[in-house]
Every structure is written in structure tokens, then in C-alpha cells.
Design a protein around this ligand. Structure first.
Ligand SMILES: [Ca+2]
Ligand SMILES: [Ca+2]
Length: 181
């Protein structure tokens, strides 16, 4: 067999091994489906800051369900546990995502679903009403999404339209835990 052919076959073999290795890595992330393409869509980058209530009616530091909050949208086809994730403001003050400050008292964000994280009276963390940066940090300390907004009108949201993939718009009706409008 000519050398070039041997190298070519070796290359193809490596390619196949590489693909199956990648497939195994995705599978190790874990979903209830063996479908490669569905599994491959599960990654933290598919978690998006989706709506920001920086200037709520009433006190901005009020306990939930009042006060400031941030909605996250999960573009993955699988539930993800956000234990250890946090929301940060421009000053790097942060709130950790726990069962005590989420809308449904759960750290699990459903597949193609929402999670609302409330400031819930937290001290240092605050979303300025005349502009701020919101960041979503994962459990390994990496910022996986961020958005810098401008003026926040009282009682109205900064929202991504459509959810997850859309353009940010201000002065939207608040829709905590439901599709943006
Ligand atoms: Ca505020
Ligand atoms: Ca919403």
C-alpha cells in the first residue's frame, strides 16, 4: 500500500475517533436523550440574561416578589442546575442563585424555560436606574453572558425580544418567569 494511502486511512481513523470522543464528552454533560444533536446543544453559553427589572415600582431593595430582579432564559433542551451561579452588577457586587431568591424556590432552570433571580433585599448588589451592567457568572467563575443597559423607566423592563436570541429593548411590560413582550 502506498505510504500516502496509509496516512490517509490513519487520518480518517483519527477523525472518527475524535468525533466519537466529542460525542462522549457531550453525553457526559447529561440529558435524558441519546440524540447527539440535542445533547450537543447543552452548554452554559446557552443560558442568557433575558430581562432586567432595574427600577421596580416601590423600593428597589424590597423583598421578593418586589424589588429588583433579573430573568435568565435557558436555550438548551435540558434542565440545568444553577447552584453556584451568580448575578453581578458593574461594581462586581453579586447575588448567589439559591432557593431563597428565585421565583419558584428552585435552582433548576427548565429546558427552554425561565428563572427569575431577585435582589430580595441584598445590600451591596444594586441595579442603577440610570444604567448598569448585569453579568451572569457560572459555577466555575466564568462570565457567560452580560448586558449593559441605559436608563430604566420605573415599573418597566429591559427585555430581549424574542427570548434568548433577540434584541434588547427598554420600556417593556414586566414578564417575570414568562415570555417577554
Ligand atoms: Ca434600581
Ligand atoms: Ca420575561
Amino acid at each position: 500500500m502506498p505510504k500516502i494511502k496509509v496516512f490517509f486511512l490513519a487520518f480518517i481513523a483519527l477523525l472518527i475517533l475524535g468525533v466519537s470522543q466529542t460525542s462522549a464528552d457531550w453525553l457526559s454533560i447529561g440529558t435524558n436523550s441519546g440524540n447527539y444533536f440535542e445533547v450537543a446543544s447543552v452548554w452554559p453559553g446557552n443560558l442568557k440574561i433575558n430581562e432586567i427589572m432595574a427600577n421596580p415600582l416601590g423600593a428597589d431593595s424590597a423583598p421578593m416578589p418586589g424589588g429588583e430582579w433579573v430573568e435568565i432564559y435557558n436555550m438548551n433542551a435540558a434542565d440545568i442546575d444553577l447552584t453556584g451561579y451568580s448575578i453581578l452588577d458593574a461594581d462586581s457586587h453579586y447575588i448567589s442563585i439559591t432557593t431563597a431568591n428565585t421565583l419558584n424556590a428552585s435552582t433548576i432552570i427548565p429546558a427552554h424555560g425561565f428563572m427569575v433571580v431577585f435582589r430580595n433585599g441584598a445590600g451591596g448588589f444594586s441595579l442603577n436606574n440610570n444604567g448598569d451592567t448585569v453579568r451572569l457568572r457560572d459555577n466555575l467563575g466564568s462570565d457567560i453572558d452580560s448586558f449593559t443597559y441605559g436608563i430604566a423607566t420605573e415599573g418597566l423592563s429591559w427585555s430581549k425580544l424574542p427570548d434568548g436570541i433577540g434584541i434588547w429593548q427598554n420600556d417593556c411590560p414586566e414578564t417575570p418567569g414568562t415570555p417577554n413582550q
